[in-house]
Design a protein around this ligand. Structure first.
Ligand SMILES: [Fe+2]
Ligand SMILES: [Fe+2]
Length: 324
């Protein structure tokens, strides 16, 4: 009974609103513009800045078209006879008001498109700047094979790849940003450690930090493929979004060991500490089947390689704090 009453009430309300809207549209055609702008306001987030701006540019033309149509057809809804002069008069300057509204809507739409263009330009410049920083730090190490590594990373799509499917850096360019974050964190951790224990400086040269931090996740370069996914938004409603799925079929070799093998194959000159640090940077998460040999190797690496401790700390700080 209660449900039927609610249904009836909702139907009556919808009918009333639709009739009211139809009446307003029939009496004053320009109200279509108001409804369209209201709809645009509601859906502006789904549409995005460019599409919203383009729609506003289009809507801004409607008042102009209406004025042109009225002038051509002779239809004059805004004019009335002045009782004293006996001439036609415009009671409230409606034509000018319509022209102003049209101009305001078009200027707003134009500004939205300009802001979108500037945003895209800034994004492109940021991307180029990050890529340049990544390349410059690696080239500054002077290592044999860096040029080839950079070419291979470009070929695999490293600079546009995400860092994960849904955890840290799950967006285009996330892997590059993560690698730079790990480098910055690792340099800070190194500095603190050398202040407390200066005798390990020879084990933590800056070029080893660069190689280990910037290249520890090259195993991910081609793994994440774009995919349409569903999720609940803040209102509890399901929505579609552009996500990723992991596909390890390209070179199924694990994680840390895959990065090391890949770098060695590409001809990069690496020290033992760099190989050990990259191989074990996932700590206990990357132990193959918990074999005694693997566990002992991991234990030895943790005890004897300060670069591994620095890389693990920097990777954790970057993924769980900076990119969280
Ligand atoms: Fe990793
Ligand atoms: Fe990482």
């Amino acid at each position: 009974m209660k449900e039927r009453f609610t249904m009836l009430l909702v139907s009556a309300l919808v009918l009333t609103y639709v009739s009211l809207a139809a009446f307003i549209v029939l009496v004053f055609p320009l109200s279509v513009l108001v409804f369209a702008l209201m709809l645009l306001l509601v859906f502006r987030r789904c549409l995005g800045l460019f599409a919203s701006g383009a729609i506003m540019l289009f809507l801004g033309v409607i008042p102009m078209l209406e004025i042109a149509w009225m002038e051509q057809s002779g239809f004059q809804p805004f004019e009335e006879i002045d009782e004293y002069t006996d001439h036609l008069r415009d009671p409230c300057g409606t034509r000018e008001a319509m022209l102003l509204i049209s101009l305001a809507i078009q200027i707003t739409g134009g500004c939205m498109i300009v802001v979108w263009i500037l945003q895209k330009k800034k994004e492109r410049e940021d991307k180029m700047e990050k890529k340049k920083k990544f390349e410059d730090i690696l080239k500054a190490t002077g290592r044999v094979g860096v040029g080839n590594v950079l070419a291979e990373l470009d070929r695999l799509g490293f600079y546009a790849a995400p860092a994960s499917t849904r955890f840290h850096g799950a967006h285009p360019g996330g892997l590059l940003q993560h690698s730079l974050n790990v480098y910055d964190e690792a340099m800070l951790v190194r500095e603190m450690q050398l202040r407390m224990k200066p005798e390990i400086e020879a084990r933590l040269p800056p070029d080893s930090i660069a190689i280990a931090a910037l290249l520890h996740d090259v195993c991910k370069a081609e793994v994440y493929k774009p995919e349409q996914k569903s999720r609940k938004n803040s209102n509890g409603e399901w929505e579609r979004y552009n996500g990723y799925r992991a596909d390890y079929s390209g070179f199924p070799l694990g994680h840390g060991e895959k990065s090391v093998i890949r770098l060695l194959r590409w001809g990069l000159e690496m020290s033992d500490d760099e190989i050990i640090a990259i191989r074990w940077h996932m700590s206990g998460f990357d132990l193959a089947f918990q074999s005694p040999e693997i566990r002992s190797s991991y234990g030895e690496a943790s005890d004897k390689c300060p670069l591994l401790a620095v890389l693990r700390a920097a990777d954790g700080l970057a993924s769980h704090i900076l990119e969280a």
